[in-house]
Design a binder for this molecule. Structure first.
Ligand code: KIV
Ligand code: ZN
Length: 520
């Protein structure tokens, strides 16, 4: 168990639900955001940035609902330096046990001149106004000078001092465009510590983007120089090349405490689960060789490495797979396994489902067990995730028969249950997947564009379950649908229908009056 207090503890501020969600195509619905927030709280995240309430009604609702549920972590809402933004953030955070308002304004010459069209003195006034206004609502106010790493040092010092004087207890220093390098960023934090007279009254935070692949290294340099909060995301999700990856930061401090005497409160054994959850929900796959959470991060392929590992695991392993919650893939159950054993297995995998949900997943498990000789943990995880993500769907795949092969035309005979009514359609297509999607389109009548169709095998073998992700885009709205089944075409239909369900929810939320302004 890691120590939980002391000056060597670095607070983890997770912004997967705000900056992470700003990645094009990574939008999430309310239920998905709640699932991620619960995961973040359970792994010990200090601060969860749940959204940017003024950006859309969906963001407002997410911050509001997460504020009701999360009690251990601080829940944070983002706001620009205007009363309207801050009022909306405060309103969204009302139910929070531990609310934080995070307000920001750009301070670099290029942003002030071209984006804000404001003089430096006007920006300084806005800093004082925004922090003071936020303090009327809550004691915990964070302030960020956007594009800090390209800001004139004298001006940065003046704004930081003014923000702290106005009541900010955290000052976050963003490398908004991922431009800085470790020594330079460390020196910037040192410069603030030396020159800002009231800096000791605030926690210094880092917020590094990964455009040059340096986000984690820059964040660590910031901590060495005196920062005690890091803003980061699961899997490094975020604008453009993303933000600093939380899993990498946590494991750097855990593994190299000898060189870097810092730690976080994060339960590292939950990292793998959190990474999978975020990848599944967003449809953004994790690259195979990604540090800590990539599929190959703990795989030893070369004979000489395998030989060394068999003799002693420390020959090629600097941290254990168990320390990040990675378990040996185990052969778990078969078609004779009973409901009780299944329930126990779900508990062991960390799922707490209600009786009805267990009943539904158990039925699907039996169907899969009839088709597949061996069922692994991964199969059960795919089944549960599939069921959970589908729980709110208004449209469901009832049955599907497909004609495929070299003799075209390929044809799909599909029945969907739409709001409880069965609707059937036969369609042809350029291949079986196209036929299935055409049949869905004929029944549901939408004009969304297919942007991504991705198939992954859950385990090895030709009888493996297929996990399909489908990204649809319609009028600037983007959603990812997921589906799993031993039949790739059924999984594809489920994924497409799941995406349409999410799109319907999104259409309602962003109907005229819903979407307010673009995110920063
Ligand atoms: O990158 C950035 O500057 C931000 C701020 C809103 C903190 O995300
Ligand atoms: Zn950012």
């Amino acid at each position: 168990m890691s120590p939980v207090s002391g000056d060597h503890i670095v607070r983890i501020f997770d912004t997967t639900l705000r900056d992470g969600e700003q990645s094009p195509g990574a939008s999430m619905n309310l239920e998905e955001k709640i699932q991620i927030a619960e995961m973040l709280e359970s792994m010990g995240v200090d601060i969860i940035e749940a959204g940017f309430p003024i950006a859309s009604n969906g963001d407002f609702e997410a911050v509001h609902e997460i504020s009701k549920i999360v009690t251990d972590s601080i829940v944070c809402g983002l706001a620009r330096a205007s009363a309207k933004d801050i009022d909306r953030a405060a309103e969204a955070l009302k139910p929070a046990a531990r609310p934080r308002i995070h307000t920001f304004i750009s301070t670099s010459p290029v942003h002030m001149k071209h984006k804000l069209q404001l003089e430096p003195e006007q920006v300084l006034d806005a800093v004082v106004f925004s922090v003071s206004h936020a303090r009327k609502y809550c004691d915990d106010v964070e302030w960020s000078p956007e594009d800090a790493t390209r800001t004139d040092h004298d001006f940065l010092c003046r704004t930081v001092e003014a923000a702290i004087k106005a009541g900010a207890s955290t000052v976050n220093i963003p490398d908004t465009v991922g431009y800085t390098v470790p020594d330079e960023f460390g020196n910037l934090i040192r410069m603030l510590k030396e020159r800002v007279p009231n800096i000791h009254k605030a926690v210094i935070s880092t917020h590094c983007h990964n455009d040059l692949g340096l986000a984690v290294a820059n964040s660590i340099a910031g901590v060495v120089a005196g920062a005690r909060q890091i803003e980061c995301t699961i899997n490094g999700l975020g604008e453009r090349a993303g933000n600093a990856a939380m899993e990498e930061l946590v494991m750097v401090f855990r593994t190299r405490g000898d060189a870097l005497p810092f730690d976080t409160r994060i339960d590292s054994t939950k990292i793998t689960k959190a990474s999978k959850l975020v990848a599944t929900i967003t449809g953004f796959p994790v690259q195979y060789n990604k540090a800590i959470v990539g599929k190959n991060a703990f795989a030893h392929e070369a004979g000489i490495h395998q030989d060394g590992m068999l003799k002693h695991n420390q020959t090629y392993e600097i941290m254990t797979p168990a320390s990040v919650g990675l378990r040996e893939s185990s052969l778990v159950m078969g078609k004779h396994s009973g409901r009780h054993a299944f329930r126990e297995k779900l508990k062991e995998l960390g799922y707490e489902l209600g009786d009805n949900a267990i009943q539904d997943v158990f039925k699907r498990f039996k169907d899969v067990a009839d088709k597949k000789k061996e069922i692994f943990d991964e199969d059960i995880i795919a089944l549960v995730d599939d069921q959970v993500f589908r729980a709110y769907d208004r449209i469901r795949v009832a049955s599907l028969r497909v004609v495929a092969g070299t003799e075209g035309p390929q044809e799909a005979d599909l029945t969907l249950e739409v709001d409880g009514q069965m609707q059937r359609h036969k369609a042809t297509g350029d291949g079986p997947v196209d036929a299935v999607f055409n049949a869905i389109k004929a029944i549901c009548g939408h004009h969304a564009h297919l942007k991504l169709f991705q198939v992954n095998a859950v385990t090895q073998g030709t009888d493996a379950q297929a996990e399909v992700s489908v990204r649809l885009e319609e009028d600037g709205r983007s959603v990812v649908g997921l589906g799993a089944d031993t039949d790739t075409l059924v999984a594809s239909a489920r994924a497409y229908v799941n995406a349409l369900n999410k799109l319907a929810v999104k259409r309602q939320k962003t109907a005229p009056g819903g979407s307010i302004e673009a995110a920063p």
